[in-house]
Ligand binder design. Structure first.
Ligand SMILES: Nc1ncnc2c1ncn2[C@@H]1O[C@H](COP(=O)(O)OP(=O)(O)OP(=O)(O)O)[C@@H](O)[C@H]1O
Length: 368
């Protein structure tokens, strides 16, 4: 994930992405502990502490929850490992949490690794050959797994076998090693990048969508309970409205409001405290932060609404193109503030009104 912005929103997303890229993390840990391996800094530990542990505690995503609950219950009734599960959707919506819940619901332990950590087939072979019966192998960012490892994974998922290569060149031979039944839970933010043969090996695919404000309020009230703070309903609603439909952001903003209330307020998480804290962290009433507003302002004021190329826009806001593209843009597009055209990015009417500006001409002509 691209590294970026300096507001209260950035640390967590960076933290959430980094540890799984650091190494081939395959440490085994009991699903009940539900702490992501590598959760060694306070923010990440705070995030882990707020994770729902069982399906019944998981807020929202009604359809996926119901489907998964049937898959898991059926597997339990048959005493067999369930089909492999693929979870797709934007960051922070609960894919990792669900993987942990799947292991917990099955009473199985969870092994965690990620696509970027698997650069060679041998990396994956080592993980697979150490799996125990019934274990859940969580493969985060599965779309980033190296090609040779991908092929090994197909065979392992379908036939529970790994072919260990012995020797090199013409004299190389494959020794098949049988694996005990296990379940792969793959997570991806880019389901479209998964090759069809890999996608086909998942018996169940769940797509996670952005959460409604009501659902985020439930997430926040649950988290406040776990943090042992009193969160006023109106404050929960205010934070939910600025959380971009994402529980990770909601929980992060809650922690920032709690900090503010403790340091600058009287400790109570009221509506006034929430508004004051979010102003300090430059998260506006629509959930836009400094980078988002910088992009809008550059588009509207410096480039007359566009179209403007990504690189030029990124230079104007002093960021890497990748940061603008992966961090700011998806939300701005989803909110109907900017559009992407073959000739570049354009500001939509809502962008001007969000900044309190008047469009210079009929924005409809921007697409001409
Ligand atoms: N449905 C939910 N109910 C309550 N809390 C949730 C829910 N989904 C996510 N969360 C909270 O949001 C945080 C982020 O969730 P998680 O790490 O599972 O997201 P993710 O989709 O795996 O993100 P990434 O793709 O960046 O790894 C978790 O700490 C958890 O507390």
């Amino acid at each position: 994930m691209a590294d970026r912005r300096s507001s209260g929103q950035d640390a967590d997303e960076r933290d959430a992405a980094d540890p799984r890229e650091e190494s081939l993390v395959t440490e085994r840990f009991p699903a009940e502990s539900l702490v992501r391996p590598g959760a060694d800094d306070l923010e990440r530990a705070a995030e882990a502490a707020l994770r729902p542990r069982r399906l019944g505690e998981f807020v929202g995503q009604r359809v996926v929850r119901e489907q998964l609950s049937v898959v898991l219950q059926a597997a339990r009734m048959r005493g067999r490992a369930p089909d492999h599960v693929l979870l797709s959707g934007p960051p922070g919506l609960g894919k990792t949490t669900l993987a942990m819940i799947i292991a917990a619901e099955l009473g199985a332990s969870l092994r965690v690794t990620s696509g970027p950590a698997i650069q060679h087939a041998g990396d994956l072979a080592a993980v697979l050959s150490s799996l125990e019966e019934g274990e859940v192998l969580f493969l985060d960012e599965i779309h980033r797994i190296a090609r040779p490892a991908e092929e090994l994974l197909y065979v392992a998922m379908e036939d529970f076998r790994v072919d260990v290569m012995v020797g090199k060149g013409a004299g190389a031979s494959a020794i098949p090693l049988a694996l005990p039944p296990f379940t792969v839970v793959g997570a991806t933010t880019r389901a479209g990048l998964l090759p069809a043969p890999l996608r086909d090996r998942f018996g169940f695919t769940g797509h996670l969508d952005f959460y409604s404000s009501d659902e985020l309020e439930q997430v926040l009230l649950r988290s406040a309970g776990l943090l042992d703070v009193q969160l006023a309903g109106a404050a929960a609603s205010e934070i939910a409205g600025r959380s971009r439909g994402t529980p990770r952001i909601a929980n992060r903003l809650l922690r920032r409001v709690r900090d503010w209330a403790q340091v600058r307020g009287d400790g109570r998480l009221t509506l006034a405290a929430a508004r004051a804290a979010l102003e300090v962290y430059e998260v506006d009433e629509r959930g836009l932060d400094r980078l988002d507003r910088g992009v809008l302002a550059a588009l509207c004021t410096r480039f007359g609404g566009g179209p403007v190329g990504l690189t030029t826009l990124a230079v104007a806001v002093g960021e890497e193109p990748e940061t603008v593209e992966t961090v700011a843009e998806p939300f701005l597009v989803r909110e109907g503030l900017i559009g992407r055209t073959p000739r570049g990015r354009v500001a939509l009417p809502a962008a001007w009104s969000h900044l309190g500006l008047t469009p210079p001409h009929d924005p409809g002509t921007l697409f001409a």
